[in-house]
Design a protein around this ligand. Structure first.
Ligand SMILES: Cc1cc2nc3c(=O)[nH]c(=O)nc-3n(C[C@H](O)[C@H](O)[C@H](O)COP(=O)(O)OP(=O)(O)OC[C@H]3O[C@@H](n4cnc5c(N)ncnc54)[C@H](O)[C@@H]3O)c2cc1C
Ligand code: SF4
Length: 571
């Protein structure tokens, strides 16, 4: 028998970037907010001495426990989906701060083109440019409408950068902190791309270039370039994350509390409203009901979709008929690139920071002509210096054996003599790529697992080939002796790490026929239910997602505050 707790104004499911932002804004406005987080409390003091590659980067100390809950995966509908038993292609967060604790901090705003991709593609290239099986759609909001929210998020997070990229949207304010230091490795990339006529600029970074106090009074320290960002918490408090910015802001109001070890398994609905959530204490196994006037799903792309599905809220997407919106437009990311081996030069590849890099956008979005190409969109191409770790980083030229003495000798030799250009490639929604509930496997609470059905498409393969060729040309200009472009894309494989940039499934829009939430991230079928995260993206862009997720979370919070005063649909 579940224990019913006192009602709150707003409950968030999860306390990462999205949960933290919603909590801070709502609590500042006077609403009583409770965050239910399935993981533990943690903060900067818990990350001292975390430079242990095996424990954190290989054994995933800070990530989701897959023995309690995972996903199942298959490449297509004809296959049996099987559970992901070990983290692989993407790494799911758990605990205060979510995946924002162990992210790299590469921080982008999606391009103006992204938000109007369908109308702009059709206008410029015609209706059939990528075929009818691609479920391309506009987002129902323009870049200009989202711009103030991008700014708000960047000033909260203290993002370091420079506004010299000619291809991105207009900014109303400069970056709050200057760009990170330009190292010799980055200068090499800058020189080569400039020689080729491209437009390099310093990557916007949540690893801060200098100490910063944000508008809410939270302080973020200056990055030490220690090279242990990705998969690690920052022991210096220099990588912007929810637990050093928005969570303290929310707590200081006295209107916010967090209940840890609280795994939400259902959103409770009555008529056209939700009434709260049901959750289990993961330590005692006790069952609770948390009533709330507003429920906000901030539990990452996959959990947000799963909770709606198991709670029977919204219509599940059916790839046979094309009906239904929940689970539709699941997209991943395409990672073109090239590695260069330099026989006569050594670099300090062991040090750096997660978002220390230079980028070109000359092949991103629609900044280049696609009329003779068999794909749309593209990728940002970057050379980053994240601090390469000795267990995971074993670069060897293509003709080297994969094991044994020769491999060891080459991997030691090339550890400081190899550089890579990496692309964050856009992914377009395809009718056969979607999320649904698994009919066989259940989690530790008896709830069906989320099932991913996903494979790369011809559009992805063409984009990957074109962008890998461009990356190899840049490597040549940089003077590499041997160049290895990324292997051609075959089928998507869930085992090797690729990127934690899953998107879609709970898409936003202004047409309920093709979206789950409206442009305030308010559910079309339940006016007091909000869903926020990269699941709202109608497609995935040529950048990392979190800058755009942060902006959407600020817009969502504004919507919740408005709703709590007026009620009803916000559109
Ligand atoms: C290794 C790595 C590197 C990355 N690098 C970058 C980068 O450089 N740039 C970038 O833009 N993005 C990056 N990302 C992605 C970025 O971390 C995410 O976009 C961001 O954290 C998403 O925020 P969120 O609030 O939506 O979800 P999360 O950060 O995942 O937070 C969700 C929270 O909800 C909790 N939760 C989930 N289910 C439940 C439940 N049922 N009940 C209660 N609580 C629940 C989780 O425990 C978690 O704390 C990276 C991710 C990883 C893993
Ligand atoms: S590189 Fe900088 S931001 Fe990253 S963990 Fe080290 S000090 Fe923190």
């Amino acid at each position: 028998m579940a224990t019913t707790l006192d009602k709150v104004d707003v409950v968030t499911v999860g306390v990462g970037w999205t949960g933290g932002i919603v909590a801070a804004e709502c609590a500042k406005s006077g609403l009583k907010v409770r965050g239910l987080e399935r993981g533990e409390a943690r903060g900067t003091e818990d990350y001292s001495m975390v430079h242990d590659e095996f424990r954190y980067a290989i054994r995933y100390e800070l990530f989701q426990n897959l023995s309690r809950e995972t996903i199942t995966f298959r490449n297509n509908r004809q296959m049996n989906a099987l559970p992901m038993r070990m983290m692989g292609s993407f790494l799911l967060g758990e605990g205060l701060g979510g995946a924002g604790t162990h992210w790299n901090g590469q921080n982008w705003r999606f391009l103006p083109y992204d938000f109007e991709i369908k109308s702009q593609t059709e206008k410029k290239y015609g209706k059939d440019k990528i075929g009818k099986d691609f479920l391309l759609q506009d987002w129902g909001i323009t870049y200009d409408e989202l711009e103030p929210y991008f700014t708000k998020y960047e000033y909260t997070a203290g993002i370091s950068g420079e506004d010299t990229n000619p291809f991105w949207g207009k900014r109303s304010k400069p970056f709050p902190t200057p760009p990170m230091k330009k190292t010799p490795i980055l200068e090499k990339f800058e020189k080569a791309t400039t020689n080729l006529g491209y437009h390099p600029f310093m990557m916007p970074s949540a690893n801060l270039s200098e100490p910063y106090e944000n508008p809410d009074g939270s302080t973020i320290a200056a990055c030490q370039y220690c090279g242990f960002c990705e998969r690690f918490g920052c022991e210096y408090g220099a990588k912007s994350s929810a637990e050093i910015t928005v969570v303290p802001t929310a707590l200081e109001t006295g209107n916010f509390d967090i209940r840890y070890h609280s795994n939400v398994v259902e959103v409770l609905k009555k008529g056209n409203k939700v009434t709260g959530v049901r959750f289990y204490d993961t330590v005692t196994g006790e069952e609770f009901i948390q009533p709330a006037d507003v429920v906000v799903l901030t539990s990452y792309v996959l959990n947000n979709a799963k909770l709606l599905m198991v709670s029977n809220i919204g219509e599940q997407y059916d790839p046979d008929t094309g009906r239904g919106t929940l689970g539709r437009n699941y997209c991943y990311q395409i990672l073109p690139g090239a590695t260069g081996f330099f026989d006569d030069e050594q670099f300090n590849t062991y040090m750096g920071a997660g978002a220390l890099g230079m980028t070109i956008d000359d092949f991103n979005g629609d900044s280049f002509d696609h009329s003779k190409l068999d794909f749309i969109h593209g990728a940002s191409l970057s050379l980053t210096q994240p601090g390469l770790r000795p267990i995971a980083f074993n670069p060897v030229p293509p003709d080297t054996p994969a094991w044994g003495e020769e491999f060891k000798k080459a991997s030691v030799h090339y550890y400081t003599r190899a550089l890579s250009i990496g692309g964050q490639g856009a992914s377009m929604p395809y009718k056969e790529n979607y999320m649904s509930l698994d009919s066989t496997y259940k989690d530790a609470y008896g709830v069906p697992l989320l099932r991913l059905t996903y494979n790369f498409t011809d559009q992805d393969r063409a984009l990957h080939k074109y962008l890998s060729e461009r990356s190899a040309e840049i490597m040549k200009e940089m003077g590499a002796n041997t160049i290895a472009p990324a292997n051609p894309l075959t089928d998507y494989d869930i085992v090797p790490y690729q990127t934690t940039h899953n998107t879609g499934g709970t898409v936003m829009g202004n047409d309920p026929g093709i979206s789950v939430v409206n442009t305030w991230l308010q559910h079309w079928d339940a006016e007091n239910l909000f869903v926020v995260g990269a699941g709202n993206f109608a497609h995935n862009s040529g950048y990392n997602p979190t800058g755009t997720v942060g902006a959407l979370a600020y817009r969502c919070a504004e919507g919740i505050i408005k709703y709590s005063k007026t009620g009803g649909s916000l559109v």
